[in-house]
Design a protein around this ligand. Sequence first.
Ligand code: PLP
Length: 535
Amino acid sequence: MTPPSSDPRQAYVSVQGTPYGQFQLPASGLTEDQYAAAEDLFRSWLEQQCKASVGFQVSGDLDYQERLGPYLGLTLNNVGDPYQTGAYTHNSKILERAVLDYFASLWNAKWPHRRDDPDSYWGYSLTMGASEGNLYGLWNAREYLSGHLMLHSGQDPRPSGGGRYAPAGGPAGPGSNSFHPVIFYSQDTHYSLTKATRILGIDTFQDVGRRWFPDENPLDPGTPWPAEVPSVGGADGDGTIDVDRLAVLVEFFASRGFPVLVNLNYGSTFKGSYDDVEAASRTVHEICAKHGLDERPVYFDHHAREDQVQPGNFDLRTGYWVHVDGALGAGYVPYLEMARRAGLVAAAPPVFDFRLSTVHSITASGHKWMGAPWPCGVFMTRTGLQMVPPRESEYIGSADTTLAGSRNGFSPLLMWDYLARHSYDEQARWAAECDRMAAYAESCLRALEKELGLDLWVARSPFSLTVRFRRPAAWLVQKYSLSYETIHVRGRRRTYAHLFTMRHVTPDVVDGLVRDLRRPGAFPVGDPVEQEQVG
Ligand SMILES: *Cc1c(COP(=O)(O)O)cnc(C)c1O
């Protein structure tokens, strides 16, 4: 055991006046009194913070405690494929399948999952949130576009212990790039996409552009390659991907033989904007088709000439993959669409789901729209697009088709509980109410703007559950857990905050926030929220 090298009570900041020392764990543990005092302090602080939290797209309307409390005394672990029970029998896979079927139906996929039906969906319940769904989606896409073995190809999945891996090509000739995927995502994309791209070693269009085509940025000849696909209107726009510019970039790489991996956002993190998945994915498909990247044969032995491979030794697959990051939107918009059909709201965002044959995978967080005490979510693709996992997993008795080893088995139970208790009708009503609440919050902030005579930069992207505005003083950011982001607008830096009107955000919560924003000093004069850009 090591003694501390300095006093930890000094090393960690206290949380709103709660001293860290009370939570420190001595070797003997805490006495009952110490425990009670510390736990009470922590809980009341947390309850207060949850109640006032408006800055994240996470529902705070939870009521699992009473029914699911007893499960804290049981071990649940869904290790391995959801559709194979496996050796670890105390799992919740039976509920997980029900939850996945529910989402498959909601997202217009073919269900139930059947291993022998490539058109049926396959998916799993995530141990993390949509970040894991993005990571897994990008892994699946990279393997698929790199020409690795598919689970469904009917071949012995591992001919000589590992299958054939296509070499990443260089820009020598049209054919040599065919298994070198290039990823495209917009400037409004969640940081988990960048992280997944780096973890997986996938090249972005900027990586390949800088390396092999340094002076050929087709968006703006003579300027450096941007890192991300521009959004409509740039940093100050609504936050949707600019489909025309995406098309220019995809054309550049598809015409040089590179397979194309596109992420689209359905409910972007900061502006809550919905990419036009239908238009964007159709555009990608059409460009790829022009360059033979729509449907292409991938031979299991890439080194064999076409006339040498055994018949059946290839599969047909697209030379592009469209992943939809629907962290909030894929969980919420289906109900908004129902609300529209029921006449509760006037309009809803465009379609994003498996009705589009051009969409390959979708992920959603469970804790965002549904609400859960911890991160969870769902990943979904088609069975025919599944790739062979890196190795066999006899030990767990089910295929190692998911990202995690041990996999959270409590989350499917939570999601099942929620979905079992809340009908389509109820959720469509909630969706309409949240939408109305966002409009209400926007109108309150606009009124405040007039009253204060200060430009608060109030904005709400179409159908979004978030309203963004000038970042207020630090104590307000703390009190309401307001997340914020600095955006460069016409050469100036602006720091925005935003609020989300999730189910727990009632008119009272909005009114309370606006009251606080009206206080003197809420928007400090000379606060560096807007500055000339340096450098
Ligand atoms: C929240 C969010 C994520 C990450 O989801 P987690 O569940 O927090 O991992 C990814 N993409 C978007 C658009 C998000 O809003």
